[in-house]
Design a binder for this molecule. Structure first.
Ligand SMILES: Nc1ncnc2c1ncn2[C@@H]1O[C@H](COP(=O)(O)OP(=O)(O)O)[C@@H](O)[C@H]1O
Ligand SMILES: [Mg+2]
Length: 223
């Protein structure tokens, strides 16, 4: 099975002036294509830090991260951006949708950014939003949607490029139980249909147990 994410002996320290905060320590992880994995751990243990490293948003203090076989430390910022756009999708606890744009435009955005023509992008966006039950909300702006609907739009946006791996940072942390269930079901369904890997950070064990496997981040490493 092909590895979409592989990191070895990953270390990460935050620096604030002379103060060093060690967060990750000799962390190893391999995630295969089409696998679902939960990462659990107490608040502040470094889960978001780890996802940021996996997505190339920050660089490790030591060790390396490989995405689809490419060592991120060997790539410049532009190449990392391309790799991210090609292989990865991100969903956060807060949706990060563009507030002045409709659901349709928000979801089409990654395609427009990579240069697809507008008609095609909007058509694909409309289809994916329809698939997830938001066909009546295409022209609503984020403020005109419920929390669960916004998160579904954010997931549609993350998936429209058909990423090989979806990185989700407490995606249901801000939702009521019913919306959380819907959003989770959606990610799992699309993970299975598109055969893309899903790495889900959560502190909810009932969610973690639904993944193929789960690991706990503790003392800077995964166990
Ligand atoms: N910019 C920063 N500077 C210094 N320490 C930070 C910074 N960001 C996060 N931290 C610390 O790093 C640790 C891990 O943070 P984070 O990855 O956000 O944890 P989690 O997502 O598991 O709650 C926390 O203890 C936090 O206080
Ligand atoms: Mg976090």
């Amino acid at each position: 099975m092909s590895k979409i994410i592989e990191c070895s002996e990953l270390n990460y320290n935050y620096h604030n002036g002379s103060v060093q905060t060690p967060v990750l320590n000799a962390l190893n992880l391999v995630v295969n294509q089409s696998e679902s994995l939960a990462i659990v751990g107490q608040s502040g243990c470094g889960k978001s830090t780890l996802l940021n490293l996996l997505g190339g948003m920050s660089q490790p203090s030591a060790g390396k991260v490989m995405v689809n076989g490419s060592d991120l430390s060997q790539l410049n910022e532009k190449k990392i951006t391309l790799l991210r756009a090609q292989y990865l999708g991100f969903v956060y606890q807060f949706h990060h949708l563009l507030k002045d744009f409709s659901a349709l435009d928000n979801v089409a955005m990654p395609l427009l950014i990579r240069g697809d023509d507008t008609q095609t992008a909007l058509k694909k966006s409309s289809k994916i939003l329809t698939d997830i039950g938001l066909q009546d909300r295409l022209n609503h702006k984020p403020a005109e949607l419920s929390g669960g609907q916004r998160q579904r739009v954010a997931i549609a946006r993350a998936l429209i490029n058909k990423p090989n791996c979806l990185l989700a940072d407490e995606p249901t942390g801000n939702l009521d139980a019913k919306s959380a269930k819907e959003v989770l079901g959606l990610m799992m369904e699309l993970n299975q249909q598109q055969k893309s890997a899903l790495i889900l950070v959560t502190h909810d064990m009932s969610i973690a147990k639904k993944m193929d496997r789960f690991l706990t981040l503790e003392n800077g490493t995964l166990i």
